[in-house]
Design a protein around this ligand. Structure first.
Ligand SMILES: *Cc1c(COP(=O)(O)O)cnc(C)c1O
Length: 483
């Protein structure tokens, strides 16, 4: 496809702008004046519209295709929440909205939304307080582990290690390391859970925290979670809940009741908001009472007269983790979603997410190897090991799916499963869509039996075919003629 700069013809106007007959007497410092024209493409308005419309059609998204990306939870985002977030009373507000002398801050409505959301999240996660500042799950993890570090320092008992099972997301060990801890990795047992004996051996009075995803990345609910939490607490450590999989247990179980002290929730996974390509997201962090003093500033407080104000007077706080109030539009969408669904609706989210995943797993289990034998919840992991014997790997199956008009599942994660394909259909898909996906996966398994060689130049239906992914990343050339 031509670049917009290649379509440019000097002097061709893009839009009709009326002649300016207003006398401008604004003084601009010459330092800020251009010395030459901006190098912008000269294209007509319809060309601009067609260019970007055609580009947008090459995008892959939940609005156009099925997107079963395990762990990332790419579920359909109700347009209702988008409508709320684009309401100009919210969308046009400025974070530096001035404050009236002696009056309340002028962003009362936004502050109220945040406080209401925090209360809803406390109820959903079984926590005592929430901060909505962190802008992503990983950012929430860092905020949470920094609070845990501050807590141990405050008790005059700083510790050295964080325990993480080998099925954990890469951000977990990265977070622990950035916060200054040594990471102790515990292998998974045959059921895909943290090996209990090896966990006990790893636990010591130097353990600052145990970071767990529950259900874990294989979709398995950790059966000994209470014992793990009790042992950790006895050893003086804290329990960190990676909430990326919270959609599996919404309304059914609460991390706080399971023994966790800190939790982050990926609002962009569990509570609407499309995401990808790095954003937008929000990773609010909830804590039990004993960690509340360490929450980032500012906290929003409801005053006696019913107005809301920011409170910076938190001597034990870990400080700022983001400017202003966090990623407000994402918070707003999540709040609208929670209010739209209500308690029963959120429970149904978990039930349908689990049902859909169980259905797909049952349809696919004879065609691919399974990562574990135990029951799984909202996602499950298959392995392409059987196909790899015929030189068809998880990446080849993934590329083949694209020709069926579907986004591939997450591949090569979790790291403790060879040739992993991690499938999360989410609750928003119909039986027909799930069947179409199952048929596509079965067709690819058959093709791997019958004609494994064809896989190596898939996909064939996309504007760009099979890329050398390493070279594409290292020597990126977005103007290559094949584009
Ligand atoms: C997505 C994810 C994260 C990181 O969250 P981001 O919002 O992408 O930063 C952490 N843990 C798990 C299990 C995840 O799936």
């Amino acid at each position: 496809m031509e670049l917009i700069f290649e379509r440019s013809r000097p002097g061709r106007p893009g839009a009709a702008v009326a002649h300016n007959d207003v006398q401008m007497d604004v003084e601009v410092d010459p330092r800020y004046l251009r010395s030459s024209d901006a190098d912008l493409p000269c294209v007509s308005e319809p060309e601009v519209v067609r260019h970007f419309t055609n580009l947008s059609k090459r995008n892959f998204g939940v609005d156009s295709h099925f997107y079963p990306l395990g762990s990332c939870t790419m579920k359909y985002n109700p347009k209702f929440t988008e409508r709320i977030a684009s309401d100009e009373h919210f969308a046009a507000i400025h974070p530096l909205q001035p404050q009236l002398p002696k009056g309340p801050m002028l962003v009362q409505g936004c502050l109220e939304v945040i406080v209401n959301l925090q209360e809803a999240l406390c109820e959903i996660a079984g926590m005592d307080a929430f901060t909505t500042h962190p802008m992503a799950g990983a950012h929430g993890e860092l905020t949470g582990i920094m609070m845990i570090a501050a807590y141990h320092r405050h008790k005059d008992r700083p510790k050295k290690t964080v325990i993480i099972p080998d099925s954990g997301h890469g951000t977990n060990p990265a977070t622990a390391a950035i916060a200054g801890y040594d990471v102790v990795t515990v292998p998974s047992d045959r059921d895909g859970c943290m090996d209990f004996e090896k966990f006990k051996a790893a636990l010591s009075d130097e353990t600052a925290a145990v970071m767990l995803t529950c259900p874990n990345t294989l979709g398995v609910f950790e059966p000994r979670i209470r014992e793990i939490a009790d042992l950790t607490h006895e050893a003086g450590g804290l329990m960190y809940y990676d909430g990326a999989n919270l959609n599996a247990i919404l309304g059914k179980a609460r991390p706080g009741d399971l023994g966790f002290d800190v939790v982050h929730i990926n609002l962009h996974k569990t509570f609407a908001t499309p995401h990808g390509g790095g954003g937008p997201g929000a990773g609010p962090v909830g804590v039990r009472k004993h960690l509340e003093p360490f929450l980032p500033i500012s906290r929003i407080r409801k005053r006696q007269d019913g107005t809301f104000a920011l409170d910076y007077d938190q001597p034990l706080s870990i400080g700022y983790v983001s400017p202003f109030y966090g990623n407000f539009a994402v918070l707003l969408k999540a709040y609208a979603y929670i209010r739209l669904m209500g308690r029963e609706g959120l429970t149904a989210v978990a039930e349908n997410a689990v049902l859909n995943a169980a259905y797909l797993r049952a349809r696919l289990r004879e065609h691919y190897d399974e990562a574990c034998a135990s029951d799984t919840l909202h996602e499950f992991v298959l392995s392409a090991s059987r196909q790899a014997g015929r030189r068809v790997h998880a990446i080849d199956i993934a590329k083949g799916l694209i020709d069926h008009g579907m986004h591939p599942p997450t591949v090569y994660f979790p790291l403790n499963v060879k040739e992993a394909m991690m499938i999360e259909p989410t609750e928003t898909e119909t039986r027909e869509t799930l069947d179409a996906f199952a048929e596509a996966m079965i067709a690819l398994a058959k093709l791997a039996e019958e004609d494994p060689e064809t896989f190596h130049d898939l996909p064939r239906t996309t504007p760009v075919g099979r890329l050398d992914e390493v070279r594409a990343a290292r020597q990126m050339d977005v103007c290559a003629p094949s584009l």
